[in-house]
Design a binder for this molecule. Structure first.
Ligand code: DO4
Ligand code: MG
Length: 281
């Protein structure tokens, strides 16, 4: 089952059928102790919607209410390698190798809900950045009790020149308006996803692919559950949260995003998240 947030309220897709979750608001879903069971019960006797897929897509909102968005870093070897290289000149390269091996993961605050965009909306690159990339990331949806309730697709937009200049600039490289995309919906699944789950990134410029890359969850060094456990050690989330699990695909150093680029991230079993880089005047 996939849970979507729409203008009319939460909506569930099961196979080809869509059902409205009536009488329940988005944030309350993250406070349910048995969300999957509750959703199954609610749609069991409900009539599926007649609306076509196009009208549903028009009504789609980012799948977030009052949840904070956090992110894990350097959880794939590819990210460790790229970041050591970009931070070499500033003397920060060694930090990435150390955190890749350490018990304690890198966890950082990524976005308040108003900085998050959904499928079909625009992400932004910073005006004061020269080297910007998308980061395709499996993103875990976690309820207020710290239980994994599902998975969505995330894009942790990143200004690599700012981060590489000095690791202490990480918040500026990572957190700005429209720097985080989530969606289209949340795959409701409490257990781990198969290691064969594929993550694919395609970037198109003027309708032509300029970068494609893919990886699988088998390359993720830590489990989503262990990242969630660390996050909840000393933080409470009364409305639940999202946790991005790190990037496994990094375009070559010669590549930077440009306004108008279309970024599509596909994760098998979840869907495709597409966003266009905002064209600034
Ligand atoms: O350490 C900086 C950020 C790492 C990150 O965002 C990632 O590995 O995905
Ligand atoms: Mg990242």
């Amino acid at each position: 089952m996939i849970l979507f947030k729409t203008v009319q309220g939460p909506l569930v897709q099961r196979g080809n059928q869509h059902f409205r979750l009536t009488g329940v608001e988005w944030d309350a879903l993250f406070r349910e102790s048995q969300l999957v069971r509750m959703v199954e019960q609610k749609i069991r006797d409900a009539a599926p919607l007649q609306a076509d897929a196009l009208s549903l897509a028009r009504d789609l909102l980012p799948p977030i209410g009052r949840q904070e968005v956090w992110a894990a870093g350097v959880t794939y070897y590819r990210s460790r390698e790229a970041r050591m290289e970009e931070a070499k000149a500033s003397g920060g390269g060694d930090f990435y190798a150390r955190v890749y091996e350490a018990d304690r993961p890198e966890l950082f605050f990524k976005a308040t809900p108003h900085r998050v965009v959904g499928h079909g909306q625009n992400v932004r690159i910073r005006k004061d950045a020269k080297w910007s990339v998308p980061e395709p990331e499996l993103t875990v949806a976690v309820d207020a009790g710290g239980r994994i309730i599902g998975y969505t697709i995330g894009n942790d937009m990143c200004s690599r020149d700012i981060e590489g200049d000095n690791p202490l600039y990480l918040p500026q490289a990572k957190i700005y308006d429209q720097s985080c995309a989530l969606g289209p919906g949340i795959l409701l699944e409490e257990g781990p996803l198969p290691a064969t789950t594929a993550i694919t990134l395609e970037i198109k410029r003027e309708d032509r692919p300029v970068f494609t890359g893919s990886a699988t969850l088998a390359q993720l060094k830590r489990t989503p559950a262990s990242l969630v456990e660390y996050l909840f050690r000393e933080c409470s989330f009364p409305h639940g949260c999202f946790l991005m699990t790190g990037t496994c695909i990094v375009p070559p150093d010669s590549f930077t995003l440009q306004p108008g680029d279309e970024i599509s991230i596909q994760i098998s079993g979840i869907g495709v998240l597409t966003n266009t880089v905002l064209q600034t005047a």
